[in-house]
Write a protein that binds this ligand. Structure first.
Ligand code: ADP
Ligand code: ASP
Ligand code: MG
Length: 468
């Protein structure tokens, strides 16, 4: 079987959903299970509604929810012709938005939006889009069955960033889909959302529907995990930043992880984790151009050549530089620092140590003042704000002595604050001013990828995307 995950832009309107139906139909022989994200922007609207309610702006919250409801109804009226099927869906929309209105009321009384309540808002996006996709498949005479993630996607209780508990997921999901596959029925479910053992809805982090698809694929031992999105595959850089990115035909799991971890939005970094475990290939395809070959992410036999493949970036990070107050044994000091980070549930994106100094790179949106407060007990902390990470990813980068020269030559006039090179053989990352990030990405891209030709790894795109 295969898993087919469709992102928000692939379900944004009736035409996009009709296209999804066509793509699924063309792959029925591969026994697909479909995982869908909320329609484009729905998750942002739900989040905004929750926030507005907590600021006592219920009218605005209700207003944007009404628009979201209208969008869903519009899609249904546009594409579901069977009146009974349409009535069922419209009824579900009405019930769901009534529940959302109740949530707005509750939050505006309490004036507080907890992660748990935010998850109660979020879940409607995927619940509704998946209902519509399941019905749209039926309209096209494809037997489909809507499955609520509540029945299988068991997660921990870390609301808004829950982790699935695969051992529970596997048994439940297998039991649900077995009779469906036996009868050639296409299961359709939600990405992004899960449920605690006590039955509370959770979500697994923004953009995590790709991860859901991979968890489903892993639980069912899929032959392929397909991520259908709005670009031709993984590209040599973010197409909104770089004028003519090339498509990468083949990436290793590690390369794909590094790229997505350092900002390439096309895949959620966790997507690779279950796939690596079971060695299941992941394909990234363009739902607007379903005949193209996309990108394959797979286990790679150790490549001997150094092949830079893509440049990614992460904005709005900062460096904490910590100098110990006392000359502890080094390892005790490091342990202190890491304990503080663990306590605040943050991970350093890059770390550098030299003798007694310790630098970590965190997101500016992490709870920096509390972290600094705790670190102050053991060290003197300076906070260096307004930074960004640029990361070059590829095969065997560590083995290439000329690589550093080539990177830094192209940005000779840019201040680089910190570098990590070595721990991972597939990436080199460095810190620059946040304001310089996009320029540095363009220059590195130009330096490494302007001359690549169509070969086993790269493909020149016919119609490149225009940066914003
Ligand atoms: P979906 O809604 O299908 O999950 P996303 O918006 O999450 O789609 O991811 C696709 C987007 O990722 C692309 O439209 C593109 O702008 C962005 N992106 C950033 N970096 C890259 C990259 N290196 N390769 C391809 N796409 C990228
Ligand atoms: N709909 C969710 C989000 O916008 C999950 C996803 O799209 O992957 O974050
Ligand atoms: Mg996405």
């Amino acid at each position: 079987m295969i898993v087919m995950k469709f992102g928000g832009t692939s379900t944004q309107d009736a035409a996009a959903i009709a296209n999804v139906v066509k793509i699924v139909k063309s792959r029925l022989s591969m026994r697909p299970m479909v995982v869908v994200s909320a329609i484009a922007q729905a998750t942002n609207v739900l989040e905004r509604a929750g926030k507005l309610a907590s600021e006592n702006k219920s009218d605005s919250a209700l207003n944007i929810l009404q628009q979201l409801s209208d969008r869903h109804v519009g899609i249904i009226n546009n594409m579901i012709e069977d009146s009974q099927r349409r009535d069922v869906l419209i009824n579900i929309i009405e019930i769901s938005f009534n529940e959302l209105r109740d949530l707005v009321k509750g939050v505006s009384i309490l004036r507080e939006l907890t992660p748990r309540t935010l998850d109660s808002f979020y879940c409607y996006g995927e619940l509704l889009s998946s209902r519509i996709v399941a019905a749209a498949l039926q309209e096209a005479n494809i037997d489909s069955w809507w499955i609520d993630t509540k029945d299988f996607m068991i997660t921990d209780e870390n609301f808004t960033r829950a982790m699935p508990m695969i051992e529970y997921v596997e048994d439940r999901l297998k039991a649900i889909v077995k009779p469906l596959f036996e009868n050639n029925i296409v299961p359709v479910t939600q990405g992004f959302i899960g449920v605690t053992t006590a039955g509370r809805r959770t979500t697994m982090g923004r953009e995590s529907s790709d991860y859901s698809a991979s968890v489903v694929g892993c639980a069912l031992n899929a032959d392929d995990i397909q991520i259908w999105t709005d670009v031709d595959g993984v590209l040599t850089a973010d197409p909104t930043v770089v004028p003519e990115p090339k498509k990468i035909k083949l990436l290793s799991f590690e390369e794909a992880f590094d790229l997505s971890y350092f900002g390439a939005k096309v895949l959620h970094p966790n997507t690779m984790l279950p796939a690596i475990e079971k060695n299941i290939p992941i394909h990234i395809y363009n739902s607007q151009k379903p005949t193209l070959s996309g990108t394959l992410v797979a286990k790679q036999t150790d490549a001997k050549d150094t092949i830079p493949k893509s440049v990614a970036y992460k904005r709005n990070v900062l460096i904490l530089n910590i100098v110990p107050k006392k000359r502890y044994g080094q390892y005790i000091f490091w342990e202190h620092v890491n304990n503080v980070l663990t306590k605040h549930d943050v991970a350093s994106h890059m770390t550098a140590t030299s003798e007694y100094n310790y630098s970590v790179v965190l997101d500016a949106k992490d709870n920096i003042s509390a972290i600094v407060h705790d670190l102050n007990t053991i060290g003197t902390v300076s906070v260096i704000e307004g930074k960004g990470i640029v990361c070059l990813v590829g095969s065997n980068l560590r083995q290439s002595p000329g690589l550093l020269d080539k990177i830094f030559h192209s940005i000779i006039d840019v201040g680089v604050e910190m570098i990590t090179f070595g721990p991972s053989k597939s990436n080199i990352s460095f810190i620059v001013e946040d304001n310089d990030v996009l320029d540095v990405v363009r220059r590195i891209h130009n330096n490494f990828f302007s001359v690549v030709k169509d070969d086993d790894i790269f493909e020149i795109l016919e119609h490149h995307h225009t940066p914003e």
